[in-house]
Design a binder for this molecule. Structure first.
Ligand SMILES: Cc1cc2nc3c(=O)[nH]c(=O)nc-3n(C[C@H](O)[C@H](O)[C@H](O)COP(=O)(O)OP(=O)(O)OC[C@H]3O[C@@H](n4cnc5c(N)ncnc54)[C@H](O)[C@@H]3O)c2cc1C
Ligand code: FES
Ligand code: FES
Length: 1342
């Protein structure tokens, strides 16, 4: 490549929140997000993934479009946008639109007040997506809002409250909350329910009051800077920004671009950077010269020709969609078949933020085999115009254009100028289909464009093009199939032959990258069948086909439509006499919600950098099991800014670590036992330098055997941690003898990534004296972090302070595994004697920190003909990974939940914890309970199917009654499951729903509906007895303000809010006088992790006790001055030298269980709940829709119904992810493929049930916890199993149609692949799975 003139550097000019910024040294490799956060200290926008997949970094960018003479506002991902791409743009961040001190913007206010912000880490991004939408459309529809959020994820809320809050901006919602069904006001519908239940003592209030909301006033928005307007109108000139390794050139014209490309054929064109950004960040590719042609008019032009519409290569996907929508509206339908297909693909193409910047040319030129647009363009015969300095050439987009994996026929000096998308003609039909794991923002598994042309006035095929993505290294054409169909009539025989031909032609190696081989092949056929039916229907409408589509087949061609969600929340209002200042039981907002919505809430990585701070990047193993032969850091040390490499030799104290047993190392010594094992760390001046250097560290290994990755491997090698636990009650032999039938079955439940939006983060600050160190950590376990850091540094725990302000979600993932990062950062800080920071990248976090344990259950169940279960023998295996971590307690909890809500006279559960070469798995909301109960429901479902009885009937018949004993001999008191069950049947209208489904299923062959009701019982307490303790420290200051610290940490669940409510009631003061600043080990020592759902119970009692002590001390002053106020009493006590600081302590009484004798109490009490779910599956693709869920949850007397409903819905949606969507995929060598939101899909906005009812059980006080409340964090998660079993019910209906009857195995998650494969039919028979054992699959189930 020729040397590019490096002599000058242009100034980058941009405006941020109305302020002009002139950047003299713009760095082309720097994303806007880093620039905002680190350079401008605007930390509102968050880093969640760095790959455009979570939306936490969303900002709005405005620029003047000189062609259209308008100002364009668009939401984009600041993590992918290079700062250099923003020359002459105005950036608006969450800080720019409102603040708590100044005034909240309505968008910020509504998400906060509607309880749409829990941990708050996603909130700024969601706020900015909504803000950008409103800047373009002040009265959006619900559909607009749903589309605006396609690129945003939230892991806490379950999305419902966010949509409810923002529904108030829509036109139809003005004047009424309209949260009820079918447009009925929520208040009206709720009150109707209340009256029906006949309770007159309680009224119902709303979770929020929309009439309090500030109106949206579009005239008050920040204006586009006038200076920018005039700068934008000036003639364009070439710009150069020169960085450390890369230079960015913005050509002034097309000729200038072609000249530069001729001089530098290797230079990379970058438009939206949504592909190149990923390559540079994750694939370690470096493009030293970048040409940014986004501003060149010819590349942005849109021309209408005789044959179609020609789009310049830089036209964004959003603009492409807008233009095609207009064309579809204006032109006759037969002319726009291809346009409609492109729009269909665009609807499910990434999220809005990506579509707003990604270009049509970028999609084509990436040449990805799973591009959504290329199969459409190929099947449609689009024409591409290529250009170089030498001239123009026009190529048809056919199978010669894509020459290999991500390679095209483009010559190095050429660029893509434009693409022509043709009109269709009469007698031509076109469809596009995309199948992915998740509907919204997901890459395709298989995607296709299908084009057929008939001889005029007939149904005889004249020409045909079927193009598929996801079936090879390039987009492919099924040319042989198409050729064989030309000249034939469009009838059933053609369809059957076409499917056989496709099955022959669209083959895949059994080891093909991406796996799912049988499914992908089946999809090629099933999607063709959909195309066949679509065309048959259109032909019939034109009287060109003898038969129309059969009525029961019609739903196969309905394009996925989603109704906007509706919801109802039912909760008990506080008694009418309750004091107004007494906040217990009221749905008050999360205390940080407003700060979270404005971006002012401070998370660990938002703490301003210390002056001499350094950044740390981990160096991890690429081998699952190996000796480390050598570590070569020479290249790493040569990276600018690198200060040191940290290895095990640098640990001053002990390298042994672990939360329960010390069976891990802080840094590997001579051996690694998983891919992702931490070997060392590089410390450098910036994150970019540290990460670059970490990648340059070369480790040589000597492979070791065995490599145990899956549970099956571990069983074969008997690789288990000890002890092997058993709980047994009754006499199994007798039980099986008493049974009429015995069946055996298996279920595998996949693991789950926590995907807290904020990854693990630590800032370690050495204090310079006595080995003291202060740590700011995103952890659920401040005391454990303190202890393990002290151990590694070889200092007493008293010299280490760990502080936690808040977390951006935890879910168990920051209970024990956060300390593996904290200890490394602390060791590094100790070594360099400077503050060191590290926030893990999403891919590192997913790789290193483990997740929920995968479980495998094998069972034998004996039952009577009427469904009564007599005996169950179940063996659980969990995949624990390479260290024990908390796996024993997790297995114990699985065993404690093996009965779920059923009274089985003879039962035995045995739990094996598999030691494998995977990163150690750990705590995750539910802590083994959901896995334990999932196996239970599997055998319960099998029993119902085997008996031919309704599953709900069998479940109810086997249910416990009040006073029954569990297999571990704990008596069930205050047993509310039957009340929950009955109420759930009622509010879900179960019987009517079931009848409707039966009818629906009779009338539909290719879509089926299913229904299920599932109960749950969840034991509350840490099963490690010593952890059931908590402390609190309460200070009253002389102005009457109160500061509380307690042992629990805030991760979005609203614990601090509840603690303030507890203190407010106890001290009898308004909650506004009470503050919680943080959790710290120097205020409350020896805290238990915030886990096991028990934190409100434990810390609530500790806070209560401390407040009671203080109240007693104030009592004399109150008595002396009964008409005085709080401040008077406090002042009087102070002058009387009364200690206005007290600590409180609490331990749960009567706990302790002995596995040897199967005696004692493991739990303080149980939480109960029931859910009904209805789903619809597409039997041809395996997709499903969640149509309805009703949940009734017993949370005792709710401390705060808004927070509790938030926990119920959030946990439920996390469970929906666990059981239907989220799939961690590993190679047989333990390499994790799914390391970010691109490949690992958590539920998105579109996955919530279309209709969701949540009811907190009324009049169910719990005498075992603070103010009669109950724990709520984990118990509702398992209720998502109702969705799984509804899917299984729907599959059963499909199998029945195909003549396949009886119990069948369905592993979790019920992904589209599993659903499709289970719906056996003629198409699946054409594509049988490869014979196991005859090939090395791309991925294995761990
Ligand atoms: C979160 C996320 C979700 C995504 N979802 C989808 C999806 O659902 N479906 C899908 O198909 N893709 C998806 N993608 C991939 C990507 O967004 C698209 O391929 C996009 O269209 C690329 O456009 P861009 O302008 O950002 O490309 P860039 O990254 O700027 O460039 C991509 C490539 O095209 C080349 N190029 C660009 N313009 C020209 C030109 N005029 N001449 C020659 N070469 C050129 C570049 O040099 C580069 O090699 C997704 C990406 C992300 C990050
Ligand atoms: S951080 Fe940008 S999308 Fe996730
Ligand atoms: S509130 Fe959305 S991720 Fe926590």
């Amino acid at each position: 490549m020729e040397e590019i003139n490096k002599t000058y550097q242009d100034d980058l000019i941009l405006f941020v929140n109305g302020k002009k910024i002139v950047e003299k040294n713009a760095e082309p490799e720097l994303p806007l997000l880093t620039y905002l956060r680190k350079k401008l200290c605007l930390t509102g926008a968050k880093l969640g993934c760095a790959e455009g997949g979570c939306g936490a970094c969303t900002v709005m960018v405005s620029k003047f479009d000189s062609d259209r003479k308008i100002i364009v506002h668009k939401a984009l991902n600041a993590c992918l946008a290079p700062v250099c791409s923003l020359h002459l743009c105005a950036v608006t961040t969450v800080e720019g639109i409102g603040s708590v001190a100044r005034k909240l913007h309505p968008v910020q206010e509504r998400i906060a007040k509607a309880h749409g912000s829990q941990c708050g880490f996603c909130t700024p991004g969601i706020v900015m997506s909504m803000y950008a939408l409103l800047r373009n459309n002040a009265q959006p529809t619900m559909r607009d809002i749903e589309e605006a959020f396609q690129g945003n994820l939230c892991r806490c809320t379950g999305y419902r409250p966010i949509l409810e809050g923002y529904k108030t901006f829509t036109k139809q919602q003005k004047g009424c909350c309209l949260r009820g069904e079918a447009g009925v006001c929520h208040v009206i519908s709720v009150q109707k329910e209340e009256t029906q239940s006949g309770d007159s003592t309680n009224s119902v209030q709303q979770l929020f009051n929309p009439s309090e909301f500030m109106p949206l006033d579009p005239t008050q928005e920040i204006i586009f800077p006038p200076e920018l307007m005039s700068l934008s109108k000036q003639p364009v000139r070439e710009l150069r920004f020169i960085g450390e390794r890369v230079q960015w050139i913005q050509p002034s014209s097309l000729a200038n671009l072609l000249q530069l490309k001729a001089e530098n054929p290797a230079a990379k064109l970058v438009v939206g950077n949504t592909e190149v950004g990923i390559e540079m960040k994750f694939k370690n590719l470096l493009y030293p010269v970048i040409l940014a042609p986004a501003y060149i008019p010819e590349l942005n032009s849109i021309q209408y020709t005789e044959n179609g519409i020609v789009f310049g290569a830089c036209v964004t996907l959003t603009l492409l969609g807008d233009v095609l929508h207009t064309a579809v509206d204006e032109l006759p339908s037969y002319q726009t078949e291809v346009f409609q297909a492109v729009l269909q693909q665009l609807r499910w193409f990434a999220g809005q933020q990506i579509r707003n910047v990604a270009a049509i040319g970028g999609n084509i030129m990436t040449a990805s085999p799973i591009s959504d647009l290329n199969p459409v363009f190929m099947a449609a015969g689009c024409k591409l115009t290529l250009m170089s300095k030498e001239g123009i050439r026009v190529l048809p987009m056919d199978d010669k254009f894509f020459i290999d994996y991500r390679k095209t026929a483009l010559k190095p000096e050429e660029i893509l100028l434009c693409i022509e998308i043709p009109y269709t003609k009469k007698g031509q039909y076109f469809s596009a289909f995309k199948q992915s794991s998740r509907k919204e923002d997901d890459i395709a598994i298989v995607t296709c464009g299908m084009n057929v042309v008939f001889l005029e006035g007939s149904n005889i095929v004249q020409d045909m093009h079927l193009s598929y993505g996801g079936m090879g290294p390039t987009t492919v054409l099924a040319s042989a199939t198409s050729r064989r169909l030309v000249g034939r009539q469009w009838d059933d025989t053609l369809m059957q032959d076409a499917c056989s031909f496709l099955a022959e032609e669209m083959t895949l190696s059994p080891c093909a990258p991406g796996g799912m081989v049988a499914y992908r092949r089946t999809l090629t056929v099933s999607l063709f069948f959909k195309f066949f039916l679509t065309v048959q229907h259109k032909l019939a409408q034109e009287d060109l086909s003898a038969e129309d589509v059969r009525a029961d087949y019609a739903s196969a061609i309905d394009l996925s439509h989603m109704d906007s969600p509706t919801s109802i929340q039912l909760f008990q209002a506080v008694p009418s006499g309750q004091k107004v200042d007494d906040m217990i039981g009221r749905p008050i907002m999360h205390l940080s919600a407003m700060k979270q919505a404005t971006g002012e809430a401070v998370y660990c990585d938002d703490i301003p950098c210390y002056e001499n701070e350094l950044y740390l990047a981990l160096v991890t193993s690429s081998k699952p099991h190996a000796y480390i032969k050598s570590i070569d850091t020479s290249d790493a040390m040569a990276v600018p800014g690198v200060v040191t490499f940290v290895c095990d030799q640098d640990i001053p104290g002990s390298n042994k670590t672990g939360p329960a047993v010390y069976d891990e190392t802080v840094l590997a010594e001579d051996k690694v036992t998983c891919v992702g094992h931490i070997v060392g760390a590089v410390v450098a001046d910036t994150q970019a330098h540290a990460q670059r250097a970490a990648k340059a560290v070369r480790i040589s290994y000597e492979d070791l055997q065995p490599v145990i990755v899956t549970i099956q491997d571990a069983i074969a090698s008997e690789s288990f941690y000890q002890p092997i636990r058993t709980i047994e009650r009754g006499d199994l032999t007798q039980g099986f003898q008493e049974a009429d039938n015995i069946l055996q079955g298996e279920i595998h439940i996949g693991g789950q990534e926590h995907f807290y939006l904020e990854t693990n983060c630590t800032v370690a600050v050495p204090r310079g004296e006595d080995g003291e160190m202060e740590l700011f950590v995103s952890t659920q376990s401040a005391a454990k972090t303190q202890a393990l850091v002290a151990k590694a540094l070889g200092v007493p725990a008293s010299h280490i302070v760990c502080r936690v302000k808040r977390m951006g979600g935890g879910f168990g993932g920051k209970e024990s595994r956060s300390s593996i990062l904290s200890t490394v950062v602390a060791v590094a800080a100790h070594k360099v004697k400077r503050p060191v920071r590290c926030m893990l990248d999403r891919e590192e976090d997913m790789l290193v920190t483990g997740g929920r344990h995968p479980f495998f259950g094998r069972y034998k169940v004996g039952f009577k003909r009427n469904g009564k279960v007599m005996a169950v023998d179940v063996t659980y295996y969990s995949n624990a990974g390479n260290s024990a971590d908390l796996s024993l307690s997790i297995m114990e909890r699985a065993l404690f939940h093996m009965d779920n809500c059923y009274n089985i006279p003879h039962i035995r559960g045995t739990g094996y914890i598999c030691r494998t070469n995977l990163p150690s798995n750990t705590a995750f909301r539910g802590f083994g309970g959901p896995q334990g109960m999932m196996v239970t429901e599997s055998w319960m479902n099998d029993v119902a199917l085997a008996c031919g009885l309704a599953a709900e009937q069998v479940r109810e018949m086997n249910m416990y009654k009040q006073g029954d004993l569990t297999p571990f001999h704990q008596r069930l008191e205050q047993f509310t499951i039957h009340r929950c069950w009955q109420e759930c049947l009622t509010i879900s209208d179960f019987c009517q729903r079931k009848a409707n489904i039966e009818l629906y299923n009779k009338q539909h062959r290719w879509t089926k509906r299913g229904l299920s009701i599932i109960p749950t019982k969840f034991g509350i307490s840490f099963t490690a007895v010593f952890l059931n303790q908590a402390g609190a420290l309460v200070h009253i200051y002389t102005d009457g303000s109160v500061l509380i610290t307690h042992g629990g940490t805030e991760m979005g669940q609203g614990l601090h809010t509840k603690m303030v409510q507890v203190a407010s009631r106890t001290l009898e003061i308004p909650s506004t006088k009470i503050h919680i600043s943080e959790t710290s080990t120097n205020t409350v020592p020896n805290t238990s992790p915030t886990a096991a759902s028990a934190s409100s119970d434990l810390n609530g009692m500790a806070v209560y006790n401390a407040c009671k002590t203080l109240l007693q001390r104030l009592e004399p002053y109150k008595a002396r001055n009964p008409t005085g106020c709080w401040e008077n009493w406090v002042t009087a006590a102070y002058f009387d030298r009364v200690n206005l600081s007290a600590n409180g302590f609490y331990k749960t009484p009567d706990l302790g269980y002995n596995f040897e004798t199967n005696s004692g109490h493991p739990f303080n009490y149980f939480s109960y709940g029931v859910a009904v779910s209805e789903v619809e599956i597409d039997c041809l693709t395996g997709s499903h829709k969640n149509l309805h869920t009703s949940i009734v949850m017993d949370v005792g007397k709710s401390l705060n119904p808004a927070l509790d409903i938030g926990q119920v819905e959030g946990a439920f949606m996390q469970g929906v992810g666990l059981f239907t969507l989220e799939e961690l995929r590993y190679s047989s060598q333990g390499y994790l493929y799914t390391r970010g939101p691109g490949m690992y899909k958590i539920p998105a906005f579109g996955d919530i049930p279309t209709e969701l009812k949540v009811s907190l059980l009324r009049d169910a006080p719990n005498d075992k916890a603070i103010f009669s409340s109950k724990a709520v964090g984990e118990p509702p998660l398992f209720l998502a199993a109702s969705v799984f079993y509804a899917i299984k019910d729907a599959i059963t209906a499909a199998r029945t149609d195909a003549g396949v009857l009886g119990p069948f195995r369905l592993d979790s998650p019920a992904t589209p692949e599993r659903i499709r494969n289970a719906c056996q039919d003629t198409f699946t028979k054409l594509c049988p799975p490869p014979e196991p054992g005859t090939y090395a699959p791309w991925d294995v189930r761990v």
